[in-house]
Design a protein around this ligand. Sequence first.
Ligand code: HEM
Ligand SMILES: [Cu+2]
Length: 548
Amino acid sequence: MSISLPPSTNKSPQSLQPVGWLRYFSFSLDHKVIGLQYLVCGFLFYLIGGAFAGAIRIELTSPISDFMPRDVYNQVLTLHGTIMIFLWIVPVVNGAFGNYLIPFYVGARDMAFPRLNAVAFWLIPPAGLLLISSYFINGAAQSGWTAYPPLSITTPAAGQMIWIISVLLLGGSSIFGGINFIATILKLRRPGLKLMQLPMYCWAMLGTSILVVLSTPVLAGTLVLLSFDIVANTGFFNPTLGGNVIVYQHLFWFYSHPAVYIMVLPAFGLVSEILPVHCRKPLFGYATMVYSIMGIVILGLVVWAHHMFTSGTPPWMRLFFTIATAFIAVPTGIKFFNWVATLWGGRISLNSAILFSCGFIVNFVLGGITGVALAQVPFDVHVHDTYFVVAHFHYIVYGGSVFVIFSSIYHWYPKFTGKMLNENLGRVHFIITFIGFNLCFAPQHWLGLNGMPRRVAEYDPQFAFVNQISSVGALLMAISTIPFLWNVIYSAFKGKDAGDNPWKALTPEWLTSSPPPVENWIGEAPLIHEPYGYGKKRKLSSNTNNES
Ligand code: HEM
Ligand SMILES: [Cu+2]
């Protein structure tokens, strides 16, 4: 068969040679290097965001504001939320794994626009450092990661402006990435590879990138208007100048509700790659999973106002957004049952990758249930801006995306490095993370139902004990990173050699060396029609054995 190779990127042969560790610190155009740059950079910001989370939990172990002044608390809270979303989860589930895997999955040598890709990544470290530096320069932004006016207009301007500039840079990065993913998936596919034969993560990234490209510019425009209000005294959102704060909320959530899916859809895709490999079964219901991703994309764009039920929204609007939100549970539920059906009756090896994926399924269902509850107006009015909401979104973003990031690292580390991670350390990491996470965030449902407001450094003493339990959980989560970090660093040097395909997986990234060569394959790229064809042979042979 002579299928022509996808076009090679226009790099000179010399620059294609790997030059050891140094290339990870260079302006590389190789999608695999950029992917790992995203991953490591994201993890460093996660440690910083985690340190801020620790500071928040220390403050909240006692009902009075004793660990830091209130305005510093607000800055730490704002930095924590902003870092975790814009510098950790979004860049990692999209940029890191997307860059590493998508070219493999479509059978390409690199992303469609390698230079744009490098630019997208290199916007992130300066934007992140800028954001954190504001804390030391003149005090960081204090209005939370949502930057609602009038608070964002009335608090000190310098930190807020730096916040806006860095979020704009990060938004730009995300848009460049999104364009690149859409172009790569639609245009760089190997001839002969049909869309409905792509691994599920491609579909997830296609859906996510559509959301990124449609919604991120809205956030960018909104923040530009907000910055005019701050520095030029315009009155777009400033109520004292005739502005409308509710308009800001609509525009903000038109981006930020989809942002939730920008964090979880890629995670859905990654889980769909990991489960079949480790239970040796085809992904259940491939086509329904594709349709449900697209269903989530469409519905995800029309539910933003469920964040605004207490902002004086008229009753018809409340009704519409309640119903639309409830509908999202349908495609999400389909995906859930498909994962369970994939696992069902499989030969599951309980390794760290599948433990974190199963942990994700459990946590995400809990977060999803509280989400459907929050979409009911009477309930939301009761718990809005309480710790119930904090618990809900941490179940989604941490219990969902972060668990999947860890699962993915355990799964793809052998591909990244050619070495295996230590499974025992991995299981210890999982157990401490799972217990710590649930101990930290489950009690916050109770706090919220009983009226503890979010975003405050002081609270009614009746909530002290439960807050202390939550802080112990946070401490466990912090401790859990130690076995993980040790494992990742130690195994890179001393780990067992992984070989090319330690999991005997069928997706194309495993059909090349570990780590893969520059331009991914020596010779022709493999053409995979059935990325999940596990157990096919076994079935045939058991038929001939008269097994029934
Ligand atoms: C050890 C882990 C973590 C702990 C202990 C923690 C704790 C907290 C606490 C106590 C708050 C304050 C809630 C409030 O008063 O509004 C908060 C807010 C927040 N956290 Fe976390 N968090 C952790 C991890 C994460 C992760 C991984 C993310 C990733 C997205 C995240 C995203 C957020 C966001 C977006 C906010 C809202 C900030 C705001 O309202 O301005 N957190 N977190
Ligand atoms: Cu939402």
